[in-house]
Design a protein around this ligand. Structure first.
Ligand code: HEC
Length: 243
């Protein structure tokens, strides 16, 4: 570029050249960032294909294991719907009255009764203490108590209607109030025969105590005997009159 060149040192022309360069740069960037043009559908990404296949596989295995007897049996190759297998499958022919096992009362094992009684005992433990030893002078002990280990009838009555006034337990005198746990007015507890039987079975078995379990039927019998006749808490004298 000579000194005579009219373009030389012309700021406008230099500016124009510079902006041309900028425009080209910007276009180059835009072109580079455009996705490749493609026709039709793009294939599913591999990881998604793998994920969906795994889900289908897991669901199939789950269904085979939880189909409640629908379809051929894996073991015998025969389609056999046993009652137990089909328990969770809707069956319009199912009639609870004639189904196997109908009418059988659910019996708890001795261990289950004790476990239930132990849970219920949490209510008693606030007074009689978790150790069953009571609190000297205030709450009588249940461990080794003659009232717990002795007459079933008296013990059930104590639970159903509660106890008041002076009572001697293991040679010590107490004079407090034991709340009623039966369905009596103002008891607040309203325990069923089952609950009372369970907690009594528990306290007759715990802390070295070893007396026979108390059955629900026995609680029911005593409850029916005293229901009408007995509105309030027992006293020691009344209980001692009971065989
Ligand atoms: C609010 C405190 C309290 C609760 C809760 C309570 N008791 Fe008592 N219990 C007493 C008191 C006080 C006596 C003594 C009553 C008296 O002095 O006349 C007593 C007496 C007894 C007795 C006869 C005396 C003895 O020590 O053997 C038995 C049995 C008994 N309770 C069992 C239970 C059982 C089982 C429960 C739980 C279901 C229970 N109690 C919950 C306060 C309570």
């Amino acid at each position: 570029m000579s000194a005579q060149d009219p373009k030389a040192n012309n700021p406008k022309i230099e500016q124009a050249a510079a902006s041309d360069q900028n425009i080209q740069k910007v276009h180059a960037i835009l072109l580079r960032e455009k996705p490749e043009p493609a026709e039709g559908y793009s294939p599913m990404p591999l990881f998604l294909l793998g994920f969906v296949s795994a889900m289908i596989f897991i669901v199939s295995v789950y269904f085979v294991h939880n189909r409640g007897g629908i379809g051929p049996s894996l073991k015998s190759g025969v389609s056999g719907l046993t009652f137990k297998e089909a328990a969770l499958v809707y069956d319009e022919r199912y009639d609870p009255a004639t189904a196997p096992g109908a009418g059988a009362v659910k019996e708890l094992t001795p261990e289950q009764v004790l476990a239930s009684g132990k849970k219920l005992y949490a209510t008693c433990a606030t007074c009689h203490q978790p150790t069953g030893t009571g609190l000297a002078g205030t709450y009588p002990p249940l461990a080794k108590s003659e009232w717990v280990l002795g007459s079933e009838d008296r013990l059930i009555r104590i639970l159903l209607n509660g106890l008041k006034g002076e009572i001697t337990v293991e040679g010590n005198k107490y004079n407090g109030l034991m709340p009623a746990f039966g369905k009596v007015p103002n008891s607040g507890y309203n325990w069923t025969d089952d609950k009372i039987a369970h907690v009594l079975t528990f306290i007759r078995h715990e802390w070295g105590n070893a007396a026979a379990p108390i059955t629900t039927a026995k609680v029911k019998e005593i409850r029916e005997q005293v229901a009408a006749a007995r509105p309030g808490n027992w006293t020691e004298a009344e209980l001692l009159a009971v065989p």
